[in-house]
Design a protein around this ligand. Structure first.
Ligand SMILES: [Zn+2]
Length: 331
């Protein structure tokens, strides 16, 4: 799944390629990838808009359009944004396209089709609204701190950690705390900081928190400079990234640690692969090496979805409705 560096690369490529272009039409090939509004309203609303620029919030790509509209794209698992001549052949995984006045198209291609597109208004405070009404609630309000923003200081990380007992890797993956870090860069940052992923956050000493802060900012910045990691389906409008060649632990199971030479070990925590050097990253005290199978996990993203969450799939929304109705019965 694309993480902050990959999404940032797409945002920068798009800015260079399509800023100033005018959208003359749109095609919605698969309506389920469009969160809001419906396809006819979407097509009508984007027509004639100029692309003013792009920015990123968490893992959302935000394209600023004239007239106060924002086009939001979340790549989720396998989404891609491509800028191609309108005459280029379109394959069956293209879910949506925007026709530009200069003979090109922006195409949203997504093999697994979990990605999401939304067209919303910009609120007076600059945030994305949750619909075409600029007075509607902010869409991305529950997102945490941006790790490459000036506000993400060592003190900020300290206060996020606070007295939380949660495993440090789970905390890094929690988008309500810090945004944009997924499995690749969580494993990489923890290796750089020599911290075992299962260490309870509150057990970290201040020197470790400082090292972790440095590692997070360092690995994400280097990955942005390298245009992200082209693993699985990730690519950007201007081509693949190179960070996959420079990763220290992610998908290097059995290969020697770049620091000590011991074999990189992979275990499964909460359904996700976790890569560590068991020599450099000591397991927390009181936990043996077999601990990973007993690891507790926090709620998955899909379990936090409400029926109103933009970006949720239909099955996630259905599960959320079932949860809320059963809670209603219990109350
Ligand atoms: Zn090592």
């Amino acid at each position: 799944m694309p993480e902050l560096p990959e999404v940032e690369t797409v945002v920068r490529d798009l800015a260079r390629l399509v800023s100033g272009a005018t959208i003359t039409g749109a095609h919605v090939f698969r309506e389920r990838n469009l969160s809001t509004p419906d396809a006819p309203s979407f097509t009508e609303a984007v027509r004639g808009r100029r692309i003013l620029g792009t920015r990123r919030r968490a893992k959302w790509i935000i394209v600023e359009l004239s007239g106060g509209l924002l086009l939001l794209v979340h790549l989720r698992m396998t989404g891609q944004l491509l800028v191609l001549p309108a005459t280029a052949e379109r394959d069956s995984y293209t879910r949506l396209s925007l026709v530009l006045g200069d003979g090109r198209e922006i195409r949203f291609r997504d093999v697994r089709a979990f990605g999401r597109v939304a067209l919303v208004a910009q609120r007076a405070d600059g945030d994305a609204a949750s619909s075409l009404d600029p007075h509607s609630a902010p869409l991305l309000a529950d997102h945490g701190v941006e790790p490459l923003a000036a506000a993400f200081t060592v003190d900020a990380l300290c206060s996020l950690i606070g007295h939380r007992q949660t495993r440090i890797k789970s905390l890094l993956l929690d988008q309500r705390c810090i945004v944009g870090i997924g499995n690749i860069y969580a494993d990489e940052a923890l290796w750089r900081a020599k911290i075992h992923p299962l260490t309870p956050a509150s057990a970290l000493r201040s020197a470790q928190i400082e090292a972790l802060h440095l590692a997070i900012v360092g690995v994400l910045s280097e990955a942005v400079a390298a245009r992200g990691s082209s693993i699985n389906d990730y690519t950007a409008p201007d081509g693949d990234g190179e960070m996959q060649e420079r990763l220290d632990v992610y998908q290097r199971t059995g290969e020697p640690c770049h620091r000590c030479g011991a074999a990189i070990h992979r275990s499964v925590v909460g359904g996700r692969g976790t890569h560590v050097c068991r020599t450099c990253q000591r397991a927390p005290r009181g936990l043996g090496r077999g601990v990973t199978s007993r690891a507790v996990r926090g709620p998955r993203w899909s379990e936090r979805v409400t029926p109103e969450t933009v970006g949720a799939t239909h099955s996630e929304r259905a599960a959320a409705r079932r949860r809320s109705s059963s809670q209603g019965e219990a109350a």
